[in-house]
Design a protein around this ligand. Structure first.
Ligand code: C2O
Length: 536
């Protein structure tokens, strides 16, 4: 049974800035809400005392390497039910919980990318088949921006993240960023790591432990939703703010929940960047739709607030877009209490931010078609999400060359909006086109698995959706609208035109791409060298 608690829960979670290492994954108790007993969670920290949810925010500098030894200090038994009937990292001695960390949004070497099969158990006792090293190397040879790190172990990602294994990672470039004059410093520039969770009355995390079809998969539930909205480790927190500008790097760290954020008093967001890079110019918004793993980098000017308290609300149905409407609990995210006194604001928002090379279609060396569809193998069984009809175990299909640009047409034949994430490659979304006679096309695809043979151009001629201004920049995850083809331009190198790799991106074990619902059974293929992979 889930408890029903509601109410802004007070203290803000202050977390330590990390660059100390190693970082342990560790079992601790977190107080999510004043009316809730402490909750056993898995978290990251340099010790039991410093482990927090989210984990320490890692601050990195452009061009300066970061090294992190991720260690595993988890107990033998998981705090959440996991299902051994789906492809999962399984230590030979069956002891311990496999973990591995992926730095989401990083342009970096494959050995440190957190491949799903590079997992390890406590004290590195057992390791997955693609494990190579303890100390991960992050190059940070990329534009300043917002990343996050999270568990990525095969078949366990969804439960390891639900248990708490996630945190923010910021890359800064003072040379480029300081002249912008945006609000800065720990007080005025903060990550907001947002996710949903359910709780039992004893404080423990609630996850339905009966699978959608228990005779096949006793526990597997492809998507997770909880009613409590957690920001930086607190349920519906309150934050006292001054009448001035703040910068929030909002990360949707939910497994499956989309958020559509808005302020209850009409206050706006000044959107300056998304999950990979700054925009060329700020974009004014009244609401922001954020799929799992998308990031909105925004400035909020509380001097414009017409009231002394304002709630950050959410009205995205779940699953998105055609699920249940929000309720009393999950329609609220956090509350800001705005101090009366006006003050001199040192932060500003310039008209021009940072300019990156724009998408150049003419240089694309390859055009690919990637179809997402759901297979039902047994009646009533939760569906398996496949990419081009292939499961994770299949050989690699995408082998782009380092330094090249490609066009991918992602065809979403499922009913849900899926946030597609591609490791290593940053992309620009060009447009989304609706498919006509969808059932006919789907039928062909189920048989042939080939968009060209199924004459995609005959079907991709419906309504065309343009990309909103604040989503036109370089991204690493985007919402694949159901029944539409989403065309993206993907670049397997830094987005600065003249930069080159300082590492070998063609080494094993390669990289994955996948839907960012931590649902397992997502099939995934890889980039440069060629090893397939998937996460759970
Ligand atoms: Cu954020 Cu492969 O994941």
């Amino acid at each position: 049974m889930q408890t029903h608690l509601f109410g802004f829960s007070g203290s803000w979670n202050e977390y330590n800035m990390g660059r100390r290492q190693p970082v342990e994954s560790i079992k601790v108790a977190n107080k999510f809400h004043r009316d809730l007993p402490p909750t056993p969670v898995f978290s990251y920290g340099t010790s039991k005392r410093t482990a927090t949810i989210p984990g320490p925010t890692i601050e990195a500098l452009n061009q300066v390497d970061t090294y992190v030894t991720w260690r595993n200090h988890l107990p033998k038994k998981h705090i959440l039910p996991w299902d051994p009937t789906i492809p999962t990292a399984l230590p030979a001695n069956k002891k311990g919980i496999p973990t591995v960390v992926h730095l989401h949004g990083a342009v970096g070497e494959p050995q440190s990318d957190g491949h799903a099969e590079s997992w390890f158990t406590a004290r590195f006792k057992e390791k997955g088949p693609t494990w190579t090293k303890k100390k991960y190397h992050y190059h940070n040879h990329q534009q300043p921006g917002n990343l996050w790190y999270h568990d990525h172990a095969m078949g366990l990602t969804r439960v390891n993240i639900l248990a708490g294994l996630l945190g923010a990672y910021v890359i800064r470039d003072p040379k480029i960023e300081a002249p912008l004059g945006l609000p800065h410093g720990d007080e005025f520039d903060r990550p907001l790591v947002v996710f949903d969770r359910g709780f039992r009355t004893d404080g423990s995390l609630y996850m339905n432990s009966t699978g959608n079809n228990p005779s096949i998969h006793p526990q597997w539930q492809p998507e997770y939703f909880g009613d409590a909205i957690i920001v930086n480790g607190k349920a519906w927190p309150r934050m006292i703010v001054r009448r001035r500008k703040y910068r929030f790097r909002i990360i949707n760290a939910s497994n499956a929940r989309f958020f559509k954020f808005f302020f209850t008093n009409g206050l706006g967001f000044i959107h300056v960047g998304s999950d990979s890079a700054y925009h060329e110019r700020p974009v004014m918004l009244k609401e922001i739709l954020l799929a799992p793993s998308e990031i909105a980098d925004v400035i909020v000017d509380f001097s414009e607030s017409k009231s002394d308290s304002v709630i950050l609300g959410n009205d995205a149905p779940y699953p998105y877009p055609s699920g249940d409407p929000v309720n009393e609990a999950n329609s609220k995210v956090m509350k800001f209490l705005v101090k009366q006194q006006h003050e001199v604001d040192s932060g500003r928002v310039p008209e021009e931010l940072i300019k990156y090379p724009s998408a150049d279609l003419s240089g694309a060396s390859e055009t690919r078609y990637i179809a997402m569809y759901e297979y039902t193998i047994d009646i009533d069984e939760p569906t398996h999400l496949y990419l081009n009809g292939k499961s994770y175990e299949k050989p690699v299909t995408e082998t782009p060359k380092v330094g090249t640009t490609e066009v991918w047409n992602v065809i979403n034949l499922t009913e849900d909006n899926h946030p597609l994430h591609i490791h290593l490659g940053l992309f620009v979304v060009l447009d989304q086109t609706e498919l006509v006679d969808l059932d006919e096309f789907k039928e062909c695809m189920m048989k042939m698995n080939d968009a060209i043979k199924c004459q995609i151009s005959k079907y991709a001629r419906g309504k065309r959706m343009s990309v909103p201004a604040h989503e036109k920049g370089w991204k690493n995850v985007y919402k694949m609208t159901p029944g539409f083809v989403t065309k993206i331009l993907l670049r397997f190198s830094y987005i600065h035109s003249n930069a080159s790799y300082s590492f070998d991106a063609t080494a094993e074990p390669g990289y994955v791409y996948h839907c960012h619902f931590k649902r397992a059974y997502t099939s995934v293929m890889i980039v440069p060298t060629g090893i397939g992979a998937s996460i759970g």
